[in-house]
Ligand binder design. Structure first.
Ligand SMILES: [Zn+2]
Length: 200
């Protein structure tokens, strides 16, 4: 999949008492074939932001991505080089702590070269990139004199809401790619994206 395609938003509009999702607004409703040109303002299409961000451009964040390929291509499309262009970003700093950005890289550098994270110490379940991240976050919290985070709390509060949102987006995206559009009943309870605040 091309980068530009992966980064695009989806469109949601209302017709036939359904929510219809698509990559762009079609000329006619795919259900009743009626012209969509003259619509009321409240039926105007809304855009659904792509929850994936370019991890190389985000600061002080935790990023998730599949081990192989990208989220939006089913399997196996391995990118050359880099590879974090399409990841879920979890900001780790609250706005009032942006002063910490200065020290962040140094903390991370010191932390990463401490010997604890040498490749031979890697262990799939208990000493992996996730423990690395959580341990680092807790080091930062400790340095700031704040309470540390349990793994379960970190997962529930910061990881799950974003992966849930991303998973919904992926479902829509794949269905639209396959069928051109995706329909859900309306009204439907919409999951709101989580607040953008950080945790440190
Ligand atoms: Zn219709």
């Amino acid at each position: 999949m091309h980068c530009a395609e992966a980064g695009k938003a989806l469109i949601k509009f209302n017709h036939c008492e359904k929510y219809i999702y698509s990559f762009s607004v079609p000329q006619c409703c795919p259900l009743c074939q009626q012209d969509l040109g003259s619509r009321k303002l409240e039926d105007a299409p809304v855009s659904i932001a792509n929850p994936f961000t370019n991890g190389h451009q985000e600061k002080c964040s935790f990023h998730l991505r599949p081990t192989q390929g990208t989220f939006l291509s089913a399997h196996g499309v391995q990118r050359d080089g880099a590879g974090w262009e399409q990841s879920i970003s979890i900001p780790l700093l609250q706005p009032h702590m942006y002063g910490m950005m200065e020290q962040w890289d140094k903390y991370l550098e010191d932390f990463s070269t401490s010997g604890t994270w040498l490749p031979h110490r890697y262990e799939e379940d208990h000493h992996n990139c996730y423990t690395y991240t959580l341990t680092f976050i807790n080091c930062v919290l400790m340095a700031e004199g704040r309470q540390q985070l349990e793994k379960s709390e970190f997962t529930e509060k910061y990881i799950v809401p974003r992966t849930r949102l991303a998973s919904k987006f992926i479902t829509l995206y794949r269905a639209i790619r396959e069928h051109g559009f995706y329909v859900t009943d309306c009204p439907q309870h919409e999951a709101q994206p989580p607040e953008g605040g950080g945790l440190c």
